[in-house]
Design a protein around this ligand. Structure first.
Ligand SMILES: NC(=O)c1ccc[n+]([C@@H]2O[C@H](COP(=O)([O-])OP(=O)(O)OC[C@H]3O[C@@H](n4cnc5c(N)ncnc54)[C@H](O)[C@@H]3O)[C@@H](O)[C@H]2O)c1
Length: 327
């Protein structure tokens, strides 16, 4: 059955892939985005799609949609640290007022609501791997707090709303996700390394590079978000969505160096404040409740992402054999 679906943040990296996937399934999609960190380029393939509508708006302002809605996905929030720290008060208000506005909208329409939360709610975790029943270790006054605490407060709103019987609200805790359409300069680790290697610049490692991360390819994440939204029974708990493969930052840098033959060496810079030391999702709930787990291996996803950056930036494209081909 074709549904009417609102995607807030649909011009962003993950949101634009979600819009693509929902339209490909035959649904109608309304995208709301302020273009704070998203881009019109991401929506270019959808511009003339008859099922796609774009509304340029900040979700901190009251949201009124006169079209019918069955589902509301809230992905609107800057996700990379330099971007969400550029205007921390706005980041916090996006998480709180913006999420509240969209939950009210979903309730008015009787639509299901899905909140894109984050592994950052676990902060610098003292438990490893992170399962959903871990409450986290977050510095509420540090420079990352506008995002980490904003997303935690948004989760509180979601579960208060659910307990009060005001709507069918679901929460995905998303771990590091990468893929085509990341912004080349957004300061996230995968985009940093790939763009630096393609340009022949040094790869910047913060600290000694022993901190670990898990990397989920964007198509896997989108499948998980849709599975969580579409499961009939509301799970009533947050669900981790991420790839449980765990890599140190140095391991990732070396994979990139091997994949993109480059002059790039590794340079070390001081660790940013409150940088988490270990990250790996426990995805038992996603597997058992949603029947979901990621499929794309890191090497394959990195290759596809590198090829996309190369084409977008007009640089050399690494081929599967490792040879370089002019974009
Ligand atoms: N990509 C990841 O690794 C990751 C990890 C954890 C959580 N998430 C969450 O997933 C969501 C999408 O992340 P992304 O990587 O696509 O980020 P992104 O920055 O590429 O996309 C966010 C989108 O939201 C829009 N936006 C931001 N604030 C807005 C506001 N106040 N009103 C309207 N639009 C607004 C931006 O313009 C952008 O298009 C975010 O909520 C993020 O917190 C992402």
């Amino acid at each position: 059955m074709a549904l009417n679906i609102l995607v807030a943040g649909g011009a962003g990296f993950v949101g634009s892939h979600l819009c693509d996937a929902l339209l490909a399934q035959g649904h109608r999609v309304v995208c709301i985005d302020s273009f704070l960190t998203g881009s019109r380029q991401n929506l270019r393939p959808l511009r003339n799609h008859p099922g796609f509508t774009l509304i340029e708006q900040d979700i901190c302002d009251p949201v009124q949609i006169d079209l019918p809605l069955d589902r509301v996905y809230n992905l609107a929030c800057a996700a990379s640290p330099p971007r969400y720290q550029a205007d921390p008060v706005h980041t916090m208000m996006t998480c709180i007022s913006g999420t509240g506005n969209l939950m009210r909208l979903a309730a008015q329409h009787g639509a299901r609501f899905l909140q894109a939360s984050t592994s950052e709610v676990y902060g610098d975790p003292e438990r490893h791997p992170q399962s959903e029943d871990y409450w986290g270790n977050v510095n509420c006054t540090g420079p990352r707090a506008c995002y980490d605490e904003g997303k935690r407060a948004a989760e509180t709103l979601c579960f208060d709303w659910l307990r009060a019987g005001k709507g069918d609200v679901r929460v995905a805790r998303i771990f590091n996700t990468y893929g085509p359409r990341m912004q080349p300069d957004d300061g996230r680790i995968v985009s940093n390394f790939l763009v630096q290697a393609l340009r022949g610049d040094p790869l910047t490692v913060y600290g000694r590079g022993a901190q670990t991360r898990s990397f989920c390819f964007v198509s896997d994440l989108v499948a998980g978000l849709i599975a969580l939204m579409e499961i009939d029974q509301n799970p009533g708990t947050p669900i981790n969505l991420g790839n449980p493969g765990e890599f140190t930052v140095i391991e990732l840098a070396k994979m990139v160096q091997e994949m993109i033959p480059t002059r790039s060496r590794i340079v070390y810079r001081p660790l940013p404040t409150d940088d988490p030391q270990r990250r790996r999702p426990d995805i038992t709930r996603a597997k058992t409740i949603l029947g979901w787990e990621p499929k794309v291996p890191l090497a394959e996803g990195l290759q596809e992402t590198a090829a996309w950056f190369a084409l977008t930036l007009g640089l050399d494209v690494p081929s599967r054999s490792g040879a370089l081909v002019r974009a």
